[in-house]
Design a protein around this ligand. Structure first.
Ligand SMILES: CC(C)(COP(=O)(O)OP(=O)(O)OC[C@H]1O[C@@H](n2cnc3c(N)ncnc32)[C@H](O)[C@@H]1OP(=O)(O)O)[C@@H](O)C(=O)NCCC(=O)NCCS
Length: 341
């Protein structure tokens, strides 16, 4: 079998068959695991990813035997501004090689996986990256780090760095706030100038405080130029973002964001960061802020259900999501391998 590099998408042109196929296969596998048809990606979203940006680049490959459909795909993303030693590998298997839930890989499927991880590691090294990170999606009741796929990663030298819980929240009740805080609702990252400095500080702090376990993640240096570039990307990729910013007398002390991606089912949106500055923690603001973000997502983006995920050891956020009545649909595990250089 041969590794074939997929061409970059041409803006305005029809998506390539391989992109349509890999999105179909990725969604099939995700829905098999979560039992939820809305937990899916879209062709448009993958096209944007394959086009890359100033923040990251993505290389796509198909593993093919002559005259056969691809046995699997590899999407290898490299962050460009920090985490310069990291390559993120996403492996998508043809349905014929995916084992039924709870069963082991057939030898052929195992060989295909082996070749795709070989490719991920070789290409990562070629791009000057010394760490490969990759994620597995699993059933809500499956312990992270168990199962055939996890064993295969471990045998290749990957270590389990982070376990995540993923769930879905319906739009719920109104938040209640003390009189001395202010709440701003901002669309598509176009923050009024009075909020920018505080929002940049919250983004930076989130890059440090959001748990990343054993996965390498550098702090992110947020600047006004970077924020402007992010807002421009929201526009060009046709995402819709709502941010709720909480301020007290000192300035912004909390932010929660929800995004609607083009091509996703109507009513479906995804939770981004929620962050309360350390000085403002312990007042239950996190819960009220998420309630406010859900309300804003319903009003601004037409959201009815919001997908969210957090580290399995983020007890504060799990407590908040539990109080919002989330339904856990799946788990995720993040793995990392240090390449021999
Ligand atoms: C998750 C988060 C928003 C919750 O903050 P919050 O609304 O202030 O939480 P609560 O008011 O419910 O706090 C409950 C208690 O836990 C403490 N606490 C909250 N978050 C904490 C944290 N990350 N580390 C240590 N203690 C924390 C509070 O101080 C409070 O303690 P107290 O009862 O002794 O006063 C906040 O922890 C945070 O911003 N964390 C970092 C970013 C993050 O993890 N975001 C979620 C990513 S999915």
């Amino acid at each position: 079998m041969q590794l074939v590099r997929l061409d970059r998408p041409v803006p305005g042109a029809e998506p390539a068959d391989d992109v349509v196929n890999l999105v179909f296969l990725a969604n099939l596998a995700a829905q098999e695991t979560t039992g939820d048809t809305a937990s899916s990606t879209s062709v448009e979203r993958v096209q944007h990813r394959l086009r890359g940006s100033t923040e990251y680049d993505t290389h796509a490959f198909a593993l093919v035997a002559p005259d056969e459909d691809p046995a699997g795909y590899l999407l290898l993303s490299t962050p460009l501004l920090e985490d310069l030693q990291v390559a993120d590998a996403e492996i998508i298997l043809d349905a014929a090689h995916l084992p039924l839930p709870g069963t082991a890989f057939e030898p052929e499927g195992r060989a295909v996986l082996g070749q795709l991880y070989d490719a991920a590691e070789t290409q990562a090294a070629r791009l000057g990256r010394s760490l490969v990170q990759t994620w597995l999606l699993h059933g809500a009741d499956e312990a992270p780090g168990t199962g055939d796929w996890a064993d295969l990663l471990r045998a290749r030298g990957y270590e389990l760095g982070l376990a995540e819980i993923q769930g879905v929240v319906e739009i719920g009740g109104e938040p209640t706030w003390p009189a001395d805080v202010r709440v701003d609702i901002v669309r598509d990252l176009r923050f009024p100038s009075g909020l920018v400095k505080g929002v940049l500080a919250l983004y930076h702090r989130a890059s440090v405080d959001v748990p990343h376990g054993g996965l390498h993640a550098d702090p992110v240096d947020w600047t006004t130029a970077r924020l402007a570039a992010a807002a421009e990307r929201v526009r060009t990729t046709r995402r819709e973002v709502v941010s709720v910013v909480l301020s007290d007398a000192t300035g912004p002390v909390g932010i929660s964001e929800i995004t609607r991606f083009p091509g996703s089912e109507p009513g479906i949106a995804e939770q981004g960061i929620t962050m309360i500055a350390p000085s403002a923690r312990g007042h239950g603001y996190g819960l009220e802020l998420k309630k406010a973000a859900l309300q804003a997502a319903a009003a601004e983006l037409g959201a009815t259900r919001v997908y969210t995920s957090n580290a399995a050891d983020n007890l504060w956020m799990i407590d908040i999501n539990r109080r919002l009545g989330w339904r856990v649909i799946s788990g995720g595990s993040g793995w990392q391998k240090v390449l021999d250089t």
